[in-house]
Ligand binder design. Structure first.
Ligand code: AMP
Length: 684
């Protein structure tokens, strides 16, 4: 339980546990290897490695890095989710260097900025990612080529070096409010402490199989990758791309009898909606983190699965998570969600605006101290000094990290209340709106842009309010598309707003600042009206093409659900993307506000109602129109046992189709409509 300081002010200390981490993560893994070298360490597709083989492979990588990689500089890792990834990361740590995972699909400008800040010279790559990193001037080492051939059991393993507690283990870049991402550097002891706490708290052991599905550029991957290896368990890689597809996740859990896995809450909601979730009975522990866990999702979980659901909380600036809370087992007992108690060797404080600890029950900003803390931001002492502040002479820790999170100590643990600043979370991804605004502002057609996260239906979406550079009564044709393309060249996909709202002038608050709160509320009002359910609309788009393709298909004799009910696919499209009803029939998925979870929802509905499986990531990758979706469905593989029958949803009412653009402007139709926004209305 938390220890309150004498004044009743909220300072909480997790259990103090002394553990030997002097050989770092490689030493913790080696203990397992020495105990049970033949045990399966990692599995990916049909490829499996035991601990011995994984160690031998990572030893070979470490040997190359010891001679080729400059001391102290992070080694870039650009290897897709696979056994080679884990060998690469372990090899980097064995060489006494931090790893810097990058997504080669990131826009080249952003990738270049990250690489320049890090100063890295060497990248571990796979054959497909090699050209990208070589293109940035890095010396590349292809990891697969270092895989030891033959019988690894006869090879002696290399001795392990001593690892100082402060030795950096990874650098993870996160969104920066200055417009450029910033690299968080985590020390060895922080990560070892976090992993050992998790292993011991949830009794993770050799019988466990942990699903690795979080992209390695996010800190959650830290425990998904390393927890199995320090516990003697098996790390099971979900194939690249499939983490966005709840049906694939459910399949993988069942196929590999996964016992432990993680979801951001918005993904957990999608997962629980799918028919596969209830069959995931091998799960023992499911962990949520990254954004607030809604009560409704936790209740759904409790009624769907026998596993325990845990809510973890933490920023990248501390080792993955610093608090934990386990949801009650029975749905009826879940009436609130807490972030709970500090993990081992972690100290937390809740402070008011003046930097004074508040009393229990009062709201304040959460600060983190103790073992979990990162060392700071790579080569950004200025940002480090702002966020990691001296704790003062009478404090129990030397440094606090100011999280920017509003919390209060409730009965039973900490409760998360929101942010003190503008940072937002979109499907678990941390985004500083200023980073997006910085790039919007560099577009010549934009006078000003403000980005907010608005709750639209069940989802939180990134919405950009734009004041065009040229004052005009008409919105320049295609402006949202041009802005989207502009951003896509500069920031990761999740940072690109799904909706653009164009106004003659952005409202300012009484103090002359951007009025984000008002713009968020206004966006929610407008876009939620635009979502008034439109169950279906006559399916016209793409019919001739679809029929032609269906006729052309050879070897197909049985009539499919879609062939029997040509409106079924359109029904699904308009149900999941209600704003499509306002746009032109040929509007594309992304321009209708489509994002990864909506893509997953469409894919799940199409699978359940039409029996057609589209490839993982189809919607984001192909950005189809309804007509193109018809064509893809017509060509897709179909299981012979078509599940379910298509629903016969009602057609939209004339009122729904006549929805006024000014009362509920669909954010991003091909020709966006100028929203008249007067300051009086804005001041409401
Ligand atoms: P990141 O650095 O990407 O891990 O994001 C950290 C931020 O995500 C925190 O500062 C919180 O704002 C938010 N966050 C993480 N976990 C939770 C949680 N369990 N509940 C609410 N917010 C969370």
């Amino acid at each position: 339980m938390p220890q309150l300081s004498g004044t009743g002010a909220v300072e909480m200390a997790g259990p103090q546990v002394i553990r030997d981490c002097s050989t770092g993560l490689p030493g913790l893994v080696r203990e397992v290897t020495e105990r049970d070298p033949e045990r399966e360490a990692v599995r990916s597709g049909g490829d499996s490695l035991n601990y011995r083989r994984l160690e031998a492979w990572s030893d070979a990588i470490a040997r190359v890095l010891r001679t080729d990689a400059p001391e102290g500089l992070p080694v870039v890792v650009a290897v897709p989710r696979s056994n080679a990834l884990l060998a690469a990361l372990l090899g980097v740590l064995k060489a006494g260097l931090p790893y810097l995972p990058v997504d080669p699909a990131d826009p080249p400008v952003r990738l270049a900025g990250v690489l320049e800040t890090a100063g890295s010279r060497v990248a571990l790559v796979s054959a497909p990612t090699e050209p990208v990193l070589a293109g940035h001037g890095l010396r590349t080492v292809e990891v697969e080529s270092l895989r030891p051939a033959g019988d690894a059991s006869v090879l002696p393993l290399d001795p392990l070096p001593v690892v100082p507690d402060e030795q950096p283990v990874y650098v993870l870049f996160t969104s920066g409010s200055t417009g450029a991402p910033k690299g968080v550097v985590l020390p060895s002891l922080a990560l070892c402490n976090r992993l050992l706490w998790m292993r011991d708290t949830y009794a993770v052991g050799p019988e466990d199989r942990i699903l690795q599905k979080t992209p390695v550029t996010f800190d959650v991957s830290g425990w998904e990758l390393w927890l199995p290896l320090i516990a003697g368990a098996t790390c099971v890689f979900l194939p690249p791309e499939e983490h966005r597809d709840p049906a694939r996740v459910a399949d993988a859990v069942q196929e590999h009898r996964i016992t432990v896995c993680h979801f951001v809450p918005s993904m957990l909601r999608e997962f629980l909606r799918g028919p596969g979730a209830a069959r995931c009975t091998s799960l023992r522990h499911v962990f949520c983190s990254g954004e607030a866990l809604p009560v409704a999702v936790a209740r759904d979980f409790a009624t769907s699965l026998p596993a325990r659901l845990h809510n973890l909380y933490g920023p990248t600036e501390a080792a993955i998570d610093v608090t934990h809370w386990t949801c009650p087992e029975r749905a009826a007992d879940i009436d609130r969600i807490l972030i709970g108690q500090p993990v081992d060797n972690c100290v937390l404080g809740v402070f008011d605006r003046d930097g004074v600890l508040v009393a229990a029950g009062e709201e304040g900003e959460l600060r983190i101290g103790g073992m979990p803390l990162a060392l700071g931001y790579l080569n950004r002492q200025d940002l480090t000094d702002q966020a990691f502040v001296p704790a003062g002479a009478d404090a129990s820790v030397p440094t606090w990290y100011r999280t920017g999170d509003r919390v209060r100590l409730a009965d039973g643990g900490l409760e998360y209340l929101g942010r003190v600043d503008d940072q937002v979370k979109i499907r678990g991804q941390r985004i500083e709106p200023q980073e997006v605004e910085h790039h919007l502002g560099s577009h010549r057609e934009v006078a000003a842009g403000t980005v907010v996260a608005a709750r639209i239906g069940d989802d939180v979406e990134l919405v950009a309010w734009i004041q065009p550079a040229e004052p005009t009564a008409e919105v320049p044709e295609g402006l949202p598309r041009r802005l989207r393309e502009h951003l896509a060249d500069r920031v990761p996909p999740a940072y690109v707003p799904t909706r653009f709202l164009i106004v003659p002038e952005l409202p300012l608050s009484s103090s002359g600042k951007r009025d984000r709160k008002q713009l968020r509320q206004r966006a929610e009002e407008q876009l939620n009206v635009a979502r008034t359910p439109v169950a279906s609309r006559p399916a016209d788009g793409g019919r001739p093409l679809l029929q032609r393709l269906m006729r052309e298909r050879s070897g197909r004799t049985a009539a499919s659900a879609e062939e029997e009910d040509p409106g079924a696919l359109a029904s699904i499209w308009y149900e999941v993307l209600p704003q499509a009803a306002e746009g032109r029939a040929e509007a594309r998925f992304v321009s209708l506000g489509g994002h990864s979870l909506l893509g997953a929802r469409l894919a799940a509905e199409i699978h359940d109602r039409l029996g057609v499986s589209l490839p993982a990531g189809y919607f984001l990758r192909n950005d189809p129109t309804l007509a193109e979706l018809h064509a893809a469905v017509a060509l897709a593989d179909r299981p012979t046992d078509l599940p379910g029958t298509p629903t016969d949803a009602a057609h939209a009412s004339p009122e729904q189709r006549r929805m006024s653009p000014l009362s509920g402007m669909p954010a991003d139709v091909e020709r966006p409509v100028l929203v008249a926004m007067d300051t009086e209305a804005g001041a409401r």
